[in-house]
Design a binder for this molecule. Sequence first.
Ligand code: FAD
Length: 525
Amino acid sequence: MVRVSVVCCLKLLLLLALGGVTMHVPDAGVLAPLGPLRLDGHLSFHDVAAAARDFGNRCSLMPAAVLHPGSVADVAAAVRRVFQLGERSPLTVAARGHGHSLLGQSQTAGGIVVRMESLGGGAMMRVHAGADAPAYVDAPGGALWINVLHETLKHGLAPKSWTDYLHLTVGGTLSNAGVSGQAFRQGPQVSNVNQLEIVTGRGDVVTCSPDENSDLFYGALGGLGQFGIITRARIALQPAPKMVRWIRVLYSDFASFTEDQEALISADETFDYIEGFVIINRTGILNNWRTSFKPQDPVQASHFQSDGKVLYCLEMTKNFDPEEADIMEQEVGVLLSRLRYIQSTLFHTDVTYLEFLDRVHSSELKLRAQGLWEVPHPWLNLLIPRSTIHRFATEVFGNILKDSNNGPILLYPVNRSKWDNRTSVVIPEEEIFYLVGFLSSAPSASGHGSVDHAVSLNDKILDFCDKAGVGMKQYLAPYTTQQQWKAHFGARWETFERRKHMYDPLAILAPGQRIFAKASLPMSS
Ligand code: FAD
């Protein structure tokens, strides 16, 4: 648990340092302009505590102030001023998307948090749907993906690649990768961006794309916020499907499950979305894997017993137009006939495209109502090469984990050829690798539902990966030392470091990733 509180003098230091920002402080009202820096938005101090929290709920770094930018120029002005203060100033700048990081990655101790959502409104989105060129949307870096979807749906269009949850920001997921069940076909979100506008660590506003300033473009994609703040992204669009057939089936045999997943992601004719999850229930009582789904055969389904086995749920969707539902039924029938799931466990439901994409939000609302959303989330996300996934599964689902009641365990394959190796994202070397996400919640202070319990299981899994030479890479990695980051990047560290020196030479940006530290500051831990 990392807890850092700011000393008041840092606030004073910030005032002196910025020396002239128009500031709003709730109890003092609007302060008089103090100097040459003019903002369209404002700096505030009343919401520093909120900016010191994130979804992970395990780390709290108190910033000195929060910038609510009114324009891209505000972001540039603030970063430029901090850059001009030089390396001896302790000030850093953390872009905050929706604060859905797991361990303080969008926080800064004593620095400035830039609330990117202030620049995320729908009015700032531009959809281009000309007949002459592929459609795209120019979206602010602080836009939530759900709002990008609402905006593009007005034109009958939608982005191609998603995350499972849409209340995340464009800049936040593009700084990681953005992976979901569409990635096997479309690539991750970082493979579906045509252009970025970035405020670098020097405060310059740079437009970049594969053809223009391409080093910065590729560096920023998956760049963990290290090279600049993404203020706009040009995202590729496609015609939006109307409806989705959403299917779940169960396997008790891991080999059949993964072979079917791999066959599906490698086929030309296949589903539009392919994921999977693991259900460990040694008690034999199944959890709610199929709530709100209809059984294909209700009689058979009612007889299904899990017998306490570990089960693997394959989840797929097929997009369709209601007027052509019979064609979809036929295609789905053919695809399902090739799979080896337990026949009595075929369930499906038909929902709108929007309902499907926004599915996790419905769970969020339920969890919030029970006070179970704002609890610690000691998540562990691993990318495991195909060649070691069986060994991994045998040990982790057979020995280390006794149940999956602490949260979902995702497991699905993606293909490396859909990822652009010029970006900063680090993935295993093999063509097929698996995303395995242990999405634990820790609502209790002690015992089975505690952070300590989840972390000890995570540590056992990591320890096994290390000793067994699984060759995994962490996604959303929470490393705390540069040594760990060097090992993570491997041969790509040199490029990552070179880009840092080029675009953020004073290490001002995204200090919460704990990759580089400003000369005047120790590496945070
Ligand atoms: P933040 O957490 O606020 O920021 C993340 C990092 O990016 C920080 O270092 C921050 O400084 C930096 N940053 C933020 N905005 C910018 C910007 N505009 N420019 C440059 N740097 C910036 N990820 C997936 O890939 N697939 C999933 O299916 C998926 N599902 C998720 C479901 C849930 C419920 C949650 C909580 C997270 C999920 N994620 C998933 C992880 C998600 O990608 C990360 O949480 C990510 O951090 C995005 O969250 P955010 O937009 O709130 O960004």
